[in-house]
Write a protein that binds this ligand. Structure first.
Ligand code: HEC
Length: 104
C-alpha cells in the first residue's frame, strides 16, 4: 500500500468530525472503476462530459462527506442515482477515493 493512502486512511478514521465515517480509498477505487463513474467523471476525476464537477481540481471537495454521499445516492439532473446499486459502505469508500483525485 502506498504511504499516502495509508495516511489518508488513518486520517479518515481518526478525524472525529461529525458522525465517524471511516472509508477505505483502495476499496473506493474499485467502486469508482467498476460502476461507470469514469464514463462521466473520467478515470482521474477530469470530466469527460460537460456539466460534471472536476474532482481533479477539487470541485465539490469543500462539501462534507455526508453531502457527497447523498448526491451519489440520489443522483442529480444528469447523474443517475446509485441508491440500491451501492452499499452505504461503498459510497463512503468512493467518497474517500474521490478526495484523493485532487491534483491542484
Ligand atoms: C451519467 C454521468 C455520470 C455518472 C455515470 C456518474 N456521475 Fe457523478 N455526477 C455527474 C454530474 C453531471 C454531476 C453534477 C450533478 C448533476 O448535474 O447530475 C455529478 C455529481 C457527482 C457528485 C456530487 C458533487 C457535488 O458537488 O455535490 C458526486 C460525489 C459524484 N457525482 C460521484 C459519482 C460517483 C461515485 C459515480 C459512480 C458511482 C458517479 N458520480 C457517476 C455525472 C455522472
Amino acid at each position: 500500500m502506498r504511504r499516502w493512502c495509508f495516511g489518508l486512511l488513518v486520517a479518515t478514521v481518526v478525524s472525529g468530525v461529525g458522525p465517524a465515517v471511516a472509508g477505505d480509498p483502495i476499496a473506493g477505487k474499485r467502486v469508482w472503476e467498476t460502476n461507470s463513474c469514469p464514463s462521466c467523471h473520467g478515470v482521474d476525476g477530469r470530466p469527460v462530459v460537460p456539466g460534471v464537477p472536476d474532482f481533479s481540481k477539487g470541485d465539490s471537495m469543500i462539501k462534507p462527506d455526508s453531502r457527497l454521499i447523498e448526491s451519489i445516492a440520489k443522483g442529480g439532473r444528469i447523474m443517475p442515482a446509485f441508491r440500491g446499486l451501492l452499499k452505504p459502505q461503498q459510497m463512503i469508500d468512493v467518497v474517500v477515493y474521490i478526495r484523493t483525485l485532487r491534483r491542484r
